[in-house]
Design a protein around this ligand. Sequence first.
Ligand code: ZN
Length: 83
Amino acid sequence: MICPRCNTENGNRTICSKCGYYLYRADAQNRAKMTRKQLAVSDAKIAGKKAGKIFKYIWIAITIIVMSFWLVAGMVYLMSLLG
Ligand SMILES: [Zn+2]
């Protein structure tokens, strides 16, 4: 894309390399098309976010299991103390 301010060719850049003019426009025609690799990277990021959420839930579940295990273990110990 050619910068309207200084006429520098910027390829797929969204900001002019020479004067910093903002080249990106909201309409789809001016939007730089994502390459397969870029798409894969953004997909991986989205998948990573989802995996992070799942991991969070798994971590909470493990914490609850461990906590309840210690509670039960403590109760069993107290019971054995009381006879
Ligand atoms: Zn420029």
